[in-house]
Ligand binder design. Sequence first.
Ligand SMILES: Nc1ncnc2c1ncn2[C@@H]1O[C@H](COP(=O)(O)OP(=O)(O)OP(=O)(O)O)[C@@H](O)[C@H]1O
Length: 225
Amino acid sequence: MTITNEPVVLLERADIYQGTKPILADVNFHIDKGEFVFLIGRTGSGKSSLLKTLYADLWLQTGSARVAGYELHKIKRSDVPFLRRRIGIVFQDFQLLTDRSVEENLTFVLKATGWKEKADIARRISEVLMQVGLGTSPKKMPHQLSGGEQQRVVIARAMLNEPQILIADEPTGNLDPEVSEQIMQVFKTINTAGTAILMATHNYDLLKNHPARILKCENGVVHES
Ligand SMILES: Nc1ncnc2c1ncn2[C@@H]1O[C@H](COP(=O)(O)OP(=O)(O)OP(=O)(O)O)[C@@H](O)[C@H]1O
């Protein structure tokens, strides 16, 4: 891959819709490589809609957006899986396959994204589990893990294909304050190693304790806060 200084995310005059309902108008911002950005705003202000647009779950109809090298206003449906390999996605509800171990959850994603060699798969799984501080748990089933540990697995899963950016929608929404802080540390470690992070959150303790750039959805627009 060519290394350039172009932003990981660049939106210009983008309008965000849910179906025909306008949610956010004239959205303009960029996120540079390795940046950490919070996305805040009241319930219903459009945070999830904006994030969904970035990973092409919602279709960009007007304006332009480039994410991890893909032009969202021109992207073909067949390219969407390749876009999503360059971004990692983390949700509030952990969405692990409950009938498979940690290792099997991660293997499933690697195989689905073209990894074939057993040794490579094993090495990558061990790397991402170390990265999220879960090196000793590959054989455990999701129900044997705490909420915080499950969220670590989800973050590990999102990191498997070395994304340029992690997009996280309320990743600490189901966790108590102490565990939220631990998960925040995982994101910070990943960010320090070079991956950009865009995190939607309602958690004002995180904002207070971890000063970073803040984008706010308010009254149908997105502005720097
Ligand atoms: N699938 C959908 N179809 C139609 N409208 C939707 C859909 N999902 C969300 N909306 C509407 O879009 C608006 C923005 O919702 P969105 O979920 O993006 O907000 P949010 O800021 O992420 O809220 P929260 O903090 O509660 O997650 C709301 O008015 C919501 O009702």
